[in-house]
Design a protein around this ligand. Structure first.
Ligand code: ARG
Length: 463
């Protein structure tokens, strides 16, 4: 055993002071002080309820509230002195309150435990951060919509297996990103419903013998209501896991965008110009312009998914109700929030400055026989069965490959060698413009359809 100290929480119960290393080892104040303002917000509501229910006097309630407001200011100004001896954010604030207001400060914890207190703090914290994250997603969505609008007519190759598949418009491709983010936004809003439930009143695990009014506290804090089971509400962190799961999906999406931006800005694709302000050079190769921001975001997606796994592993096998294990929920959660906010910010700042190299996109779509399906569809419209058409177009592609030409560059006579159904009007569907314009159903890539998709997406954002 290393040295001991004598300043222990509930020290009367203990014959020995806490081991000095254990004191530091078990403390969480270094990281949970991030929830200080939520802790104070929760305490003010709790004290107000205690006053309203006559559990403390009105005077005591007033003194407690003004003491807490003073502490809030001290923290804002960076004047508050955090102490590991007080273990966590809750004990630090409570100890300071008693310093300032004396004996009334010792009454704040009536009918409450750190177990329902910490669960409340995390919920208040997450609720506020989700608003920031939602605003970040919104900014990025608007940036994507604007870029899509500029590129509703820009033709590029669409890929499957990263091989040229069919021509699409760049606007349509961007709108796929928009849709992913819309679902991400929905998931966040949905998990907020389960976050916004109030644990206070559950106390340590079994509730409290004081005549508390949980509805009042819940109203004061803007929760949709008090939790239905005291054991459950001090123990489960499923709401944090759910949030981190939604965050992992957002990061997975950002990672996919990143991968495309990285590919497209390479010399091999050369589809886009990335803004210089979001790239860096190499310390050795003077010609380099590296897409650092997307690469870093792609990398950071791994750590957020890691946090999701951490939280799942933390929670599994815990018996009811609260266990100290749960103190480990905060660092993964906080880092998830920070990572997400920063990545969304970097993306929302960067996307407006990405420019499409339209000619390169167009030429690339021309090189990969992207209209082969259109030729098959043409033959089907003239009465041929699709499988036969598929076979015949394969032969035409072979000729193109052998002679280094796209389908639209083959002559009518050459094409007619494959089928008598082919006549002059075939060229209307072999061009890239004809191919995209034909896909004008809901969800299709035709420029007009994309413009409609963009305007209805703008409506959805405003709704
Ligand atoms: N610091 C603790 C946590 O983060 C607060 C709750 C402590 N409760 C307890 N019974 N030790 O979970």
């Amino acid at each position: 055993m290393t040295s001991v100290n004598t300043d222990k929480l509930s020290s009367a119960r203990f014959a020995q002071a806490t081991d000095a290393f254990v004191e530091v080892f078990t403390a969480s104040v270094d990281f949970d002080q991030r929830m200080a303002q939520q802790d104070i917000q929760g305490s003010i509501a709790h004290a107000t309820m205690l006053g309203a229910c006559g559990i403390v006097t009105e005077y005591e309630c007033d003194v407690i509230v003004s003491g807490l407001l003073k502490i809030s200011e001290e923290i804002e100004k960076g004047e508050f002195v955090w102490s590991v001896k007080q273990e966590d954010v809750h004990m630090n604030i409570e100890a300071r309150l008693t310093d300032i207001i004396g004996v009334a400060g010792k009454k704040l914890h009536t009918g409450r435990s750190r177990n329902d207190q910490v669960a409340t703090d995390i919920r208040l914290y997450l609720r506020a951060e989700i608003e920031q994250i939602a605003a970040g997603i919104n900014r990025l969505q608007i940036a994507i919509l604007n870029l899509a609008e500029q590129n509703a007519d820009t033709i590029m190759p669409g890929f499957t297996h990263l091989q040229v598949a069919q021509p699409i418009t760049f606007g349509h491709h961007l709108m796929a990103w928009f849709e992913m983010l819309s679902r991400d936004q929905d998931r966040l809003q949905d998990c907020t419903k389960r976050i916004n439930i109030m644990p206070l009143g559950a106390a340590a695990l079994a509730g409290t013998s004081y005549p508390i009014d949980r509805n009042l506290t819940a109203n004061l804090l803007g929760f949709s209501g008090p939790s239905a089971n005291s054991l459950d509400s001090v123990s489960d962190r499923d709401f944090a896991i759910e949030f981190t799961s939604a965050a992992s999906l957002i990061m997975m999406h950002l990672s996919r965008f990143s991968e495309e931006l990285i590919l497209w800005s390479s010399a091999q694709f050369d589809f886009i110009d990335m803004p210089d302000a979001f790239c860096t050079g190499s310390s050795i190769m003077p010609q380099k312009k590296n897409p650092d921001v997307p690469e870093l975001v792609r990398g950071k997606s791994g750590r957020v998914t890691g946090h999701l796994i951490s939280l799942l592993m933390l929670m599994k096998s815990q018996p009811l109700a609260y266990n100290k294990d749960n103190q480990e929920d905060k660092e993964p959660l906080f880092d998830t929030v920070d990572t997400l906010i920063n990545c969304l910010r970097a993306y929302a700042d960067m996307v407006p400055h990405i420019s499409a190299k339209k000619e390169n996109m167009y030429n690339s779509a021309k090189r990969g026989f992207a209209t082969a399906t259109d030729l098959a569809d043409y033959l089907v419209r003239k009465g041929m069965a699709f499988r036969d058409a598929h076979e015949i177009v394969g032969q035409a592609v072979r000729l193109g490959l052998d002679t280094g030409r796209d389908l639209s560059e083959l002559s009518l006579v050459e094409l007619q060698r494959f089928s008598v159904l082919i006549v002059e009007d075939v060229f209307g569907c072999l061009t890239l413009e004809g191919s995209v314009a034909a896909r004008k159903h809901i969800g299709g890539t035709a420029p007009d359809t994309v413009r409609n998709a963009i305007s209805s997406a703008r409506q959805r954002l405003l709704a």
